[in-house]
Design a protein around this ligand. Structure first.
Ligand SMILES: [Zn+2]
Length: 300
């Protein structure tokens, strides 16, 4: 396992560099596609209909995880992504959007679910944060982009979010919230979002609740550990997450730029301690790569 990882790591690192240095290689801009897919009505099989829509969501989330198939998972994610994008706009730098999308998609190819419709998007917010939604939607703030010191840190953060998606952490959390009655006071009305699509009032309530309270701590520790492995498999320095967490560790909880990140995650020192134990010196052979500043990737 470790040996094949190592071989794979070397090969993919070379391909990653080639890909990332040629932003035109993938003509599709994920952000634009994401906007398109969120604005579009849901596929007929999962389209909420009229007054029954809220009930459908509640019913969907009351099912066992096994019964929520991938198309339903993607539709839930699409609606949650619309909730997130309804509160914050996309950042207007399309070169940055293309770079982050390519980087994220490259990492997602090494995940356990490479065939999800992955989209990685920068939202125009000065805070330091990253979010994901079921089905492959990942968001990072411009404030985070401005504060990561190199590509390995950004790769680690994207890998952490990818792992939340592949492990269906948000679905589990949404089900728990739905079952705890977060939805009960809302009848199934639909609100038109600012992208021209429809979001149920219930999804809006659930989404806001989820993104302000965060996932459970064990899911965060799991995403850290598995994210480090994923980023390493994709060819990045395994210490990228530790470097990013060092910055969070020194942020004060009342700093408004870091407040949400800090309140929705376990203390950074605990996260550092756990990944140190999980990694040991096992991944050191992949460490020590020269840092690549984002500015180098974005230079024209
Ligand atoms: Zn997380």
């Amino acid at each position: 396992m470790t040996r094949s990882w190592r071989r794979l790591g070397r090969t993919v690192a070379a391909v990653a560099v080639a890909l990332l240095l040629a932003p035109g290689a993938q003509a599709q801009f994920g952000a634009l596609r994401l906007l398109g897919s969120i604005g579009r009505p849901a596929p007929a099989s999962v389209q909420p209909t009229g007054a029954a829509s809220g009930g459908d969501l509640l019913q969907l989330l009351s099912q066992s995880l096994d019964q929520i198939d991938e198309p339903k998972e993607i539709e839930i994610g699409r609606q949650l992504a619309a909730v997130l994008l309804g509160s914050k706009p996309l950042h207007g730098d399309m070169a940055l959007q293309a770079y982050v999308n390519q980087l994220g998609r490259w990492i997602s190819l090494h995940s356990t679910r490479p065939n999800l419709p992955w989209s990685f998007v920068v939202i125009d917010d000065s805070g330091y944060n990253a979010f994901a939604a079921p089905g492959g939607y990942v968001f990072v703030t411009k404030g985070l982009i401005d504060r990561v010191r190199d590509e390995a840190e950004l790769a680690a953060i994207l890998a952490h979010e990818i792992t939340h998606v592949t492990s269906r952490h948000h679905l589990v959390a949404l089900r728990a919230k739905a079952q705890a009655g977060v939805l009960t006071q809302l009848v199934g009305s639909q609100l038109r979002n600012n992208l021209g699509g429809w979001v149920s009032a219930q999804m809006l309530s659930l989404g806001r609740n989820l993104y302000s309270s965060g996932l459970n701590q064990q899911d965060e520790f799991d995403a850290d550990r598995n994210g480090v492995e994923l980023a390493t498999r994709a060819g990045f320095d395994p210490y990228g997450l530790a470097a990013a967490l060092q910055q969070l560790r020194t942020a004060t909880p009342d700093d408004p730029l870091f407040a949400l990140s800090l309140s929705t995650h376990p203390p950074a020192q605990q996260r550092l301690d756990r990944i140190e134990v999980a990694m040991g010196s096992r991944l050191d052979g992949f460490a020590g790569k020269p840092p690549v500043p984002l500015a180098l990737r974005l230079a024209r």
